[in-house]
Design a protein around this ligand. Structure first.
Ligand code: PLP
Length: 407
C-alpha cells in the first residue's frame, strides 16, 4: 500500500489556506506539524461534551475524561512497541521527558565525575538538563562529533563509552541535518556495558516506525505537537528496570499515595512521575493523532518522506550557490542550508514567506552543532507526510528568487 497524499492533505484544513496570496507550502514540520481534522474534532468534542478533571472524580464526566485520557497510554505503547503501558509516562513533551530523566533518574544514580555522552547535534532539550547536572553535581559532559557529511558513526560513540560513562543520550534523527543515527547499534553496545541510553525520539518517531524493544533503549521521549497532535502533549517510554531506579521529580497531586504532616508515600509508577493536573485534552488529541498516523501506516509515511527527501536532495544539489548542511544518503526529509553571498537566514526565510513557503531560520536550538558547522544560523526546510514533490519545486523557485535578490 502507498500513501494517498492528496487524501491526507484534505484531512488538514490549514493546508487549504493561502499565505501572502500564495498557496501555503508548509515546510516547518521539524518545529511543529499541522493538525488533521480528527485531532481538531477530538479537542472540540472533549471540551464541548466530555470535559472534567481526570483521576479524582467519581462523576460521569470525570470517568469519561479519565478513560479517554488513560487509553492514550496504551495507544502510545502500541505506537512505540513498548511491551507494557506502565512503561509510558505521559507529559507535556520531550523537554519535560528529558528533564524527568535528569532529575528523576540521573540525580539519583550518578555521582560527581560520572560522564554523560552526547553528540554535537543534540537539541538543547537534550543538552541543557545535563548541563544542570554538570553545574550542580559535577557530572562531566563528553561529546562525540559528526563527520564531514553530518553522519554519526556508531563506532565513534561506542569507542567513547569509557568506564565513567553512565548515560548515552543521542538523537535518533537530527532536527537540523536530517541525519538518521544507528541508535540500535549504540544502545545494544551500551546495554552490554551497563550504560543507560536515552534516544531522543522527537524527530525520529515522526519519520519512521519505532520499536523501543528492538532499539534496546532505556528512555525514549516523544513530543505530541511534532506528531500531528496538540502542543503541550507528549510522553516518555522508560524501560521497567530503569523506572525502578527512579525517584519522583515533581511533587504534587495525583503522584502520591498518602500525605501527612510528617510523611509522604507515592503512587505506583508511572503515576508517580505525573504530578498535578495534566494536559487532559491535549493528551486525548495526541492519542487521536497517533491513531491517525498508525492508520496511514508508519512504513508508508517513511517511504513517502524518503522519496520526498531524495527528490529534494537532488533538486537542492542543482543550486550551486546553496550550501546544504548534512549530506548523508538516506537522510530524513530535513534540509538546512545557507546561501553564498550576504543573505542571512532570516532574510531568506522572509523572501520564502512572500512565496507562501514556511521555513525556519535560526540556530534551531542546536548551539554545539552550529559551532561545529561554523555558522550562526541556517534556513531549514522540514517535510511531513502531507508534503509533495510539487512543493519541493515551489521551494526551489522561491530560493532562486531569494538568490536573485541577495546572491
Ligand atoms: C531533536 C529534538 N529534541 C527535542 C526537541 C524539543 O521538543 P519540545 O520543545 O516539544 O519539548 C525538539 C524540538 O524541536 C527536537 O527537534
Amino acid at each position: 500500500m502507498t500513501l494517498d497524499v492528496e487524501k491526507i492533505r484534505g484531512d488538514f484544513p490549514i493546508l487549504a489556506r493561502t499565505v501572502s496570496g500564495k498557496p501555503l507550502v508548509y515546510l516547518d514540520n521539524g518545529a511543529s506539524a499541522q493538525k488533521p481534522q480528527v485531532v481538531i474534532d477530538a479537542i472540540t468534542n472533549a471540551y464541548s461534551h466530555e470535559y472534567a478533571n481526570v483521576h479524582r472524580g467519581l462523576h460521569t464526566l470525570s470517568n469519561i475524561a479519565t478513560d479517554k485520557y488513560e487509553a492514550v497510554r496504551g495507544i502510545i505503547a502500541r505506537f512505540l512497541g513498548a511491551p507494557d503501558e506502565r512503561e509510558i509516562v505521559l507529559n507535556s513533551g520531550t523537554t519535560e521527558g528529558i528533564n524527568m530523566v535528569a532529575y528523576g533518574w540521573a540525580m539519583n544514580n550518578l555521582v560527581a565525575g560520572d560522564e554523560i555522552l552526547l553528540s554535537v547535534m543534540e537539541h538543547h532539550a537534550n543538552i541543557v538538563p545535563w548541563h544542570f547536572l554538570r553545574e550542580r553535581m559535577g557530572i562531566v559532559l563528553k561529546w562525540v562529533d559528526v563527520d564531514a557529511m553530518g553522519a554519526l558513526d556508531p563506532q565513534v560513540v561506542i569507542d567513547a563509552m569509557g568506564p565513567k560513562v553512565k548515560l548515552v543520550a543521542i538523537t535518533q534523527v537530527s532536527n537540523v541535518l536530517g541525519t538518521k543515527v544507528d541508535v540500535k547499534t549504540i544502545c545494544h553496545a551500551a546495554r552490554a556495558r551497563g550504560i543507560a541510553t536515552l534516544v531522543d525520539g522527537s524527530q525520529g518517531a515522526v519519520h519512521m516506525p519505532v520499536d523501543v524493544v528492538d532499539l534496546g533503549c532505556d528512555f525514549y521521549p516523544i513530543t505530541g505537537h511534532k506528531l500531528y497532535g496538540p502542543s503541550g502533549s507528549g510522553a516518555i517510554y522508560v524501560r521497567a528496570e530503569r523506572m525502578a531506579e527512579m525517584r519522583p521529580f515533581m511533587g504534587g497531586g495525583d503522584m502520591i499515595h498518602e500525605v501527612s504532616k510528617d510523611a509522604v508515600s507515592y503512587n505506583d509508577p508511572p503515576m508517580m512521575f505525573e504530578a498535578g493536573t495534566p494536559g487532559i485534552v491535549q493528551t486525548i488529541g495526541f492519542g487521536v493523532a497517533l491513531d491517525y498516523m498508525m492508520g496511514i501506516g508508519m512504513a508508508n509515511i517513511a517511504a513517502h518522506e524518503d522519496a520526498i527527501s531524495a527528490y529534494a536532495a537532488s533538486r537542492l544539489e542543482g543550486l550551486n550557490w546553496l550550501n546544504v548542511q548534512g549530506q548523508t544518503p538516506d537522510k530524513a526529509a530535513i534540509f538546512s542550508f545557507t546561501m553564498d553571498g550576504a543573505a542571512h537566514a532570516h532574510d531568506i526565510s522572509t523572501i520564502l514567506d512572500k512565496k507562501g513557503v514556511a521555513v525556519r531560520a535560526g540556530h534551531h536550538c542546536a548551539g554545539p552543532l552550529m559551532e561545529h558547522l561554523g555558522v550562526t544560523a541556517t534556513c531549514r526546510a522540514s517535510f511531513g507526510m502531507y508534503n509533495t514533490k510539487a512543493e519541493v519545486d515551489v521551494l526551489i523557485e522561491a530560493l532562486e528568487l531569494a538568490h536573485d535578490l541577495f546572491g
